[in-house]
Design a protein around this ligand. Structure first.
Ligand code: G
Ligand code: G
Ligand code: MN
Ligand code: NA
Length: 249
């Protein structure tokens, strides 16, 4: 397929970029980290969003190289930035590869990023596909000192027992719950439950999709630890992020 050949070329020539989105403390005052989000800088189509190429990358196996590029760029950017964590999305396809923890260790070595400042975001599907393998992989990653976040929490089909069984540090409450806050009281009830569940299990709870001051106020009162969303900043190029948050280029 044409699109596949183009993606292969983009991975080879490094036309894959990362954008960074700020993550703040629940009071919205302090920047604590950022999420890295992949972008394909297409020669004539401009920036292509991950929704359009991650699936293809997974189906073709290109996700391994693509994921490495994102991890490299993200860790390199974060290494220059004392104190902040960098959160990087990892596909279940990457996690399934037995050498993935070695790849992570190599990138940490090359970039000099402290392992504790790297957060790998996985989705519930990782645990469902092959729970035994996932447990081994997550433990090896954890043994490196790297943190694990469960992304899009609440949208998958995992059982709650996975939260106990798997080594997880953070819970990212899916943005759909936050955006539903505008629609009625049910979303508020669900959010209270999810946040309390995370806290009771000793996890750090992050809310995504925080778009309004009202969202932020609610989530802070409900006990969220960290927040991410358009209210605080959109995903942006690394140079722009550095300019806004005061790191010289
Ligand atoms: O940036 P945007 O909101 O369009 O991202 C859409 C989705 O694409 C995110 O929810 C995320 O799960 C996924 N995504 C973004 N960057 C990466 C990446 O580097 N690797 C993987 N596996 N998924 C990513
Ligand atoms: O699934 P994942 O958590 O990786 O998703 C991150 C995606 O969420 C990115 O594509 C980003 O563009 C998007 N996003 C980030 N903040 C907001 C927000 O406040 N509102 C909405 N609708 N999307 C957001
Ligand atoms: Mn994510
Ligand atoms: Na999400």
């Amino acid at each position: 397929r044409f699109f596949e050949r183009e993606l292969r070329g983009a991975v080879l020539t490094g036309e894959i970029d990362v954008h960074l989105q700020p993550i703040l403390t629940a009071d919205g005052e302090t920047l604590v980290g950022m999420e890295a989000l992949a972008r394909w800088n297409h020669s004539y189509r401009g920036a292509i969003m991950p929704g359009e190429f991650i699936r293809l990358a997974e189906e073709t196996g290109l996700i391994h190289q693509l994921g490495n590029i994102v991890l490299q760029r993200a860790c390199r950017a974060a290494a220059r930035w004392p104190g902040l964590f960098i959160s990087v999305n990892v596909s279940p396809v990457q996690m399934r590869r037995p050498d993935f923890p070695d790849v992570v260790m190599a990138v940490l070595g090359e970039t000099g990023l402290e392992p504790g400042r790297l957060v790998l975001e996985v989705t519930e599907s990782v645990m469902i596909d092959d729970p035994e393998k996932a447990l081994v992989a997550l433990r090896s990653i954890r043994d490196l000192g790297v943190q694990i976040a469960l992304d899009d929490f609440g949208t998958g089909f995992s059982s709650l027992s996975y939260l106990r069984k798997f080594p997880i540090d953070k819970l990212k409450v899916d943005r759909s719950f936050v955006l539903d806050l505008d629609k009625g009281a049910e979303a508020a009830t669900i959010l209270h439950c999810v946040i309390n569940l995370g806290r009771a299990l000793g996890l750090r709870v992050i809310a995504e999709g925080v778009e309004t001051v009202e969202h932020a106020r609610f989530l802070r009162a409900a006990g969220c630890h960290e927040m991410q969303g358009y209210l605080f900043g959109r995903p942006m190029p690394v140079t722009e992020f550095e300019a806004i948050y005061g790191l010289a280029p």
